[in-house]
Design a protein around this ligand. Structure first.
Ligand code: 13P
Length: 256
């Protein structure tokens, strides 16, 4: 399986800054066949960046979109409008869940809308600090996983990626503790088991699992060697070009 290195730029960079970053990133990267490098800029930058990007080197992701294809939904954009412009979509990121009130029902519809429009959803799941403290991690992970996948046909499971991002490990949260590789191992095992119990072992094995939460060049190697982890979802560190390139190079080394 490929290794996925996904940079989530969140609400950062003007369109001009995003374009300059992409230009520099393309220059810095050789054509890695086994590493899928993806960046998720602000939606406003996607259209110009989609004309600029060399898709052999880098793919684009949208950070969020609405689940209806068209209609009276002021302020929204649809996955159908993004069809052909992006290859991936973050869905259910914890910032959408907790700041904007997205629930598993809406997330499931977004996962289905992405798949329907030829975009691979990266379904983000993860427990909060208090859920972990109350031993609810396993329940939360199972609910978010099965809930988020509930609107797609079983056959479409191979279109989906899962990102495990413990909310308490995200760099912008007040507590931001680093997850230990053992903690990640346990949850990745649970994700695999849940997928396997629901869809069968063979199908479950096709689903890439990414880890996210304060990933940087200094810990990327440790997370990438956690059994079952196929990639990283990176926030803060992806905004610094040299760090993002370092992480891509670490991924390449871990693979070989
Ligand atoms: P940080 O890497 O800044 O912790 O962000 C993680 C994240 O939310 C990526 O989607």
């Amino acid at each position: 399986m490929k290794t996925y290195i996904v940079g989530n730029w969140k609400l950062n960079f003007t369109v001009g800054e995003a374009s300059i970053y992409l230009h520099k990133l393309m220059k810095a990267l050789p054509n890695y066949r086994d590493t899928e490098v993806v960046v998720a800029p602000s939606t406003i930058a996607l259209q110009p960046l989609s004309l600029q990007v060399d898709r052999h080197k880098i793919k684009l992701a949208v950070q969020n979109a609405f689940y209806r294809d068209f209609g009276a939904y002021t302020g929204e954009i649809s996955f159908s409008q993004l069809d052909g412009m992006v290859d991936y979509a973050l869905v259910g990121h914890s910032e959408q869940r907790y700041i904007f009130g997205e629930d598993d029902k809406m997330i499931a519809k977004k996962v289905a809308a992405a798949v329907r429009n030829h975009i691979k959803p990266i379904l983000c799941i993860g427990e909060t600090e208090s859920e972990r403290a109350f031993n609810e991690t396993a329940d939360v992970i199972r609910d978010q996983l099965i809930g988020g996948l509930s609107e797609i046909a079983d056959d479409d499971l191979d279109e989906v990626l899962i990102a495990y991002e413990p909310v308490w490990a995200i760099s912008s949260t007040k507590v931001a503790k680093l997850a230990t590789p053992d903690e990640v191992t346990d949850v990745v095992k649970l994700i695999k088991k849940t997928l396997s119990d629901t869809y069968g072992k063979k199908e479950a094995e096709k689903v890439p699992i990414l880890f996210g939460g304060s990933v940087s060049p200094s810990n990327a190697g440790a997370y990438l060697t956690v059994p079952g982890v196929n990639g990283l979802l990176i926030g803060g560190s992806s905004l610094i070009l040299s760090e993002f390139v370092d992480i891509i190079e670490i991924a390449k080394k871990v693979q070989s």
